[in-house]
Design a protein around this ligand. Structure first.
Ligand code: ADP
Ligand code: ZN
Length: 520
């Protein structure tokens, strides 16, 4: 190990030792090689470029899309005595000039630059005039057009390889399936980079997914039972819902703050600051909140709506328990989520191919919700880690899911979809199965259908669960253009013909787990 690096770790950052593979990554960069680092959130990516930037002659340039956090990052470094600065659109002309002068006179160890700023010819010219220690491309998955954080400015970063062939480059991300990894390598010209992939497992996080009926009450009960007085993040899909949920929790005596992109910048910054600095704050946020947030003692992350991919779920839940102490990732999920996300996807801009990829990601997320085996195993398998035992620290491990032979129910449900013309949503289909004589049934003459009233052996909740699972397993597709109508998929043929049987999971209430935070 490079001695200068170790001494910077000890004296500047105050840490005793590197977490592997930080040491190997830092060695490679000091040696002048390129690196690609895939490391989960909280793994310790920052030191991997900060330390070699200080150990090598010249300034280290960090490209980050997180403009809102640059000020914080730079202030934190300055407090440690590191000479750092940033260039982005929030700076005044005078401050920009000051930073540029510091760069020219060799005063800076680290310079954070927004990608759109780096792409300006003026910035590139400036960088050509000074010795550079390295380029660090943070949140490198932003270069992927398939990912949820795509930034077109990242596409230009490939030019760094040609323009600065002697400056080592390191790309870092927490999110990369093998396809995104390949895309990062190709677009950023990292074919010769050493690759460091750190395991995705976060053993201290307990994963739980429960059927949604009254999400606010459910999350309140969850917090009261297991996390009262803890810091946590609650994710909601809509801005309105973050505000309503925060108000609801406040009325129940908790300190909850909303966070979404529609709030004034000052409110957002103030709420974020309180969350970072105070204890016991619950942040109720859209996905706008969290990228780059480093709060070690977040004890729970709750989802009141389904994330649109396993990557997003993993990244968001990964903000819990960064200090290594027990934490909970809790989610309430319901059928309505699927319809809503499908609609959003179909209305989004983007090619048919892109929508198809998004749809597949949502399907994988649904699969994770409906599995009857270990959640962690499934999660890690998705990221390419095949060899994990059942974990013992997720809901399905702690309370094994009961299954039932749903063949008969599934056939009734599928034929009900078919007979009613493959265009109605779940509530109407359930009404047909239960034989309800309401206005809509009469309007379409559905009391004449052979499936009318054939499902009285199950109640409405059970039927909704059957439909949800049939969608999650790909037997039924949600019509994404309109109002959540269901149609049959090719794969349901065997089931309908009677050649295939199906086991369904029996929905259980969210049960408090045996491993509470006090017993560990
Ligand atoms: P990431 O960028 O991968 O999400 P960070 O670089 O923000 O992670 O690091 C997460 C936390 O771990 C930070 O609080 C950081 O100070 C701490 N950390 C990183 N490396 C070490 C280390 N070698 N020893 C102790 N703490 C570390
Ligand atoms: Zn498990």
């Amino acid at each position: 190990m490079n001695q200068a690096a170790l001494s910077i770790l000890n004296t500047t950052f105050g840490y005793a030792s590197f977490r592997p593979p930080q040491d190997a990554i830092i060695d490679a960069l000091i040696d002048g090689q390129d690196a690609l680092v895939i490391m989960p959130t909280g793994g310790g990516k920052s030191l991997c470029y900060q330390i070699p930037a200080m150990a090598r002659p010249g300034c280290g340039v960090v490209i980050s899309p997180l403009i809102a956090l640059m000020q914080d990052q730079v202030s934190a470094l300055e407090q440690l005595g590191v000479k750092a600065g940033f260039l982005n659109s929030t700076l005044s002309a005078a401050d920009t000039q000051k930073i540029e002068q510091q760069l020219m006179s060799g005063e800076l160890d680290l310079l954070y630059i927004a990608p759109e700023r780096l792409n300006q010819a003026r910035t590139i010219n400036l960088l050509h005039q000074v010795p550079l220690a390295l380029f660090a491309i943070d949140e490198a998955h932003c270069v992927s057009q398939w990912g949820h954080d795509f930034r077109s400015d990242y596409l230009q970063l490939g030019l760094l390889a040609d323009q600065f062939p002697d400056v080592p480059r390191i790309a870092l991300t927490a999110t990369a399936d093998s396809r995104t990894q390949a895309e990062i390598i190709q677009r950023l010209h990292l074919q010769n980079a050493k690759q460091f992939v750190v395991g995705f497992d976060r053993p201290n996080i307990q994963y739980r997914i429960t059927p949604k009926n009254n999400p606010r009450k459910q999350v309140l009960a969850f917090i009261r039972a297991e996390h009262s007085g803890d810091s946590g993040i609650i994710y909601c899909l809509s801005r309105k819902k973050t505000e309503e949920t925060a108000a609801f929790l406040c009325a129940e005596g908790m300190t909850a703050l909303p966070y979404h992109a529609g709030l004034p910048a000052e409110t957002r910054a103030a709420n974020q600051r309180r969350f970072l600095r105070e204890d016991n704050i619950i942040m109720v946020a859209t996905v706008a909140f969290g990228m780059g947030i480093d709060k070690p003692d977040v004890r729970f992350v709750a989802h009141l709506d389904l994330p649109k991919s396993i990557e997003a779920y993993y990244q968001e839940t990964g903000r819990a328990g960064r200090d290594g102490a027990p934490a909970t990732a809790w989610m309430a999920y319901g059928y309505q989520d699927v319809i809503l996300l499908s609609q959003m996807m179909s209305q989004s801009e983007g090619s048919a191919e892109h929508k198809h990829a998004e749809r597949q990601k949502l399907d994988a997320m649904l699969g994770l919700c409906e599995i009857t085996s270990c959640r962690r195993q499934t999660l890690l398998r998705y990221f390419g880690e095949q060899n994990h035992e059942a974990c013992g620290n997720c809901d399905t491990c702690i309370n094994p899911v009961a299954t039932w032979d749903g063949t008969d129910a599934a056939r009734k449900a599928l034929s009900c979809v078919y007979r009613s013309g493959q265009r109605f949503g779940v509530s109407h289909l359930v009404d047909i199965l239960l034989g309800k004589e309401n206005q809509k049934i009469q309007q379409f003459d559905h009391q004449q259908l052979s499936t009318f009233g054939i499902g009285k052996d199950l109640d409405a909740n059970q039927w909704r669960s059957v439909f949800r699972q049939l969608v999650a397993r790909g037997y039924l597709a949600v019509d994404s253009t309109g109002f959540g109508g269901l149609r049959l998929e090719e794969s349901c043929r065997d089931l309908l013909k009677g050649d295939e049987r199906i086991q369904l999971r029996r929905d259980v209430k969210d049960v408090k787990t045996s491993k509470s935070k006090h017993s560990q």
